[in-house]
Design a protein around this ligand. Structure first.
Ligand SMILES: NC(=O)C1=CN([C@@H]2O[C@H](COP(=O)(O)OP(=O)(O)OC[C@H]3O[C@@H](n4cnc5c(N)ncnc54)[C@H](OP(=O)(O)O)[C@@H]3O)[C@@H](O)[C@H]2O)C=CC1
Ligand SMILES: Nc1nc(=O)c2c([nH]1)NC[C@@H]1CN(c3ccc(C(=O)N[C@@H](CCC(=O)O)C(=O)O)cc3)C=[N+]21
Length: 377
């Protein structure tokens, strides 16, 4: 055993470990991708299926907080220190690329084994935004060659009606993904309903066992929730290094904030979580290299909340009445976009950022589920 006697010796060792760790983790990332997609298979996502929490004992991040984009990135994140305008992370075109790769995989599956993936959606009530999101999901399924089924129930339906339609989909062998569009009307017990989802078809990843596995060392969820997975994919496709970075997640909901912070942690970022009771949230956000906002509060995050050169992923989609828009409303993010673009190095727009990626990740989870069901690689 080597005894270290000076701080300098310790530092140089930790630096060597840092390099070794970065190299080994890069190897591990690419191995995981090969395991998942096979050496000749089609690589759909750039993010690995799941990053393990098996951290080394010592790791020193590089001091540079804004990494240059990787060669494969489809959005260039500009140098953060010279006052350049932010890169706009184009979630819409990244999602289109992913969806067309999914469509090819679905075709390959159909030609090889004569099966296609199926997604079932349960929609309760008449919320306009929910109807739009569900319509978008079904349209995306059709375009990718995925079968879609939907049960629409009235706002005042009983819990048993929801549970019955879920059970039918759980038992249908042609359905590989089932989701209940949220939020549900207040009289329905969301916890009880989500508990009934068949774990193998929980493509939203909202079942408590999936969520618990995401949080725990040594466990792997069957599905990673779509919006958090989309956020990571946006970062990776933009060439943003996550490992060792300070990340702030605004929001801690079960469906977005919590799983996003767990997933960023899996990617070895250091996480702070801001919620409605956080005092002086801007003190945390202004130190973050990566800020992911999922509060649903329009313009909550001002330009002076952000560090120069930070990367911002705006999940917030707050519908604002606007009769001049297609569906009678327009979507507003959590971030004051006009202020942020003068400060940050890259940002997602609303719409056209996270939303389309959420749908692409839903299709990806549904395809993975069908592949698992048919043992198709
Ligand atoms: N683009 C997409 O694909 C998706 C977009 N969304 C959008 O993301 C947003 C968040 O969704 P969701 O997580 O379901 O929402 P929830 O209302 O369930 O959660 C909101 C979270 O934000 C926190 N919060 C609320 N106000 C503040 C504040 N002033 N300061 C700091 N934190 C605050 C809440 O804190 P606390 O816990 O203390 O109450 C809570 O944790 C919504 O606009 C939603 O429409 C959601 C899913 C997908
Ligand atoms: N069980 C369940 N799973 C969800 O994934 C889920 C949910 N419930 N409830 C509501 C939230 C919200 N959500 C969005 C999905 C797509 C867009 C999206 O495609 N947005 C487009 C614009 C959409 C439009 O208005 O045309 C964009 O941002 O560019 C937005 C939000 C999923 N959610």
């Amino acid at each position: 055993m080597v005894m270290m006697t000076t701080a300098a010796a310790r530092r140089s060792l930790s630096q060597r470990v840092a390099v070794a760790w970065q190299n080994s983790s890069k190897r591990r990332y690419s191995n995981t991708l090969i395991e998942k997609h096979g050496s000749t298979g089609c690589q759909i996502l750039m993010s690995p299926p799941l990053v393990h929490l098996d951290l080394p004992d010592v790791w020193t991040p590089t001091p540079n907080h804004c990494d240059p984009p990787s060669a494969s990135a489809s959005t260039s994140v500009p140098d953060c220190s010279n006052g350049e305008t932010a890169a706009i992370i184009d979630g819409k075109s990244m999602a289109e690329d992913i969806r067309s790769r999914i469509a090819s995989e679905v075709r390959r599956m159909k030609e090889s084994i004569g099966k296609i993936p199926g997604l079932a959606v349960v929609l309760v009530g008449q919320r306009r935004d929910s109807q739009t999101y569900v319509r978008n999901k079904i349209k995306a399924c059709e375009e990718a060659g995925i079968k879609s089924l939907m049960t629409e129930l009235p706002h005042d339906c009983t819990e048993d009606e929801v549970l019955n339609s879920l059970l039918n989909f759980n038992e249908d062998p042609t359905v590989h993904g089932v989701l209940v569009q949220l939020p549900l009307p207040k009289h329905l017990d969301e916890r009880k309903i989500l508990n009934m989802l068949c774990l193998e078809k929980d493509v939203d990843g909202f079942h408590p066992l999936n969520m618990g596995s995401l949080a725990m060392r040594g466990r792997e969820p069957l599905f990673i929730p779509c919006t958090p997975k989309g956020c990571i994919e946006l970062l990776i496709r933009s060439g943003v290094e996550i490992m060792g970075k300070n990340a702030v997640v605004v929001g801690r909901s079960n469906t977005v904030g919590l799983p996003t912070s767990l997933l960023l942690q899996r990617h070895h970022a250091t996480i702070s979580i801001v919620h409605a009771f956080t005092e002086n949230p801007e003190l945390l956000t202004s130190q973050a290299d990566i800020v992911v906002t999922a509060a649903g509060v329009p313009n909550l995050v001002r330009g002076n909340w952000l560090k120069r050169g930070a990367v911002v992923i705006d999940v917030g989609t707050f519908p604002i009445e606007d009769s001049s828009c297609d569906h009678g409303y327009r979507l507003q993010g959590d971030v004051c976009y006009e202020e942020a673009i003068d400060v940050v190095s890259a940002i997602t727009p609303v719409p056209g950022g996270v939303g389309p990626m959420t749908i692409a990740m839903l299709l990806s989870n549904t395809l993975d589920s069908a592949k698992r069901a048919y043992d198709f690689t």
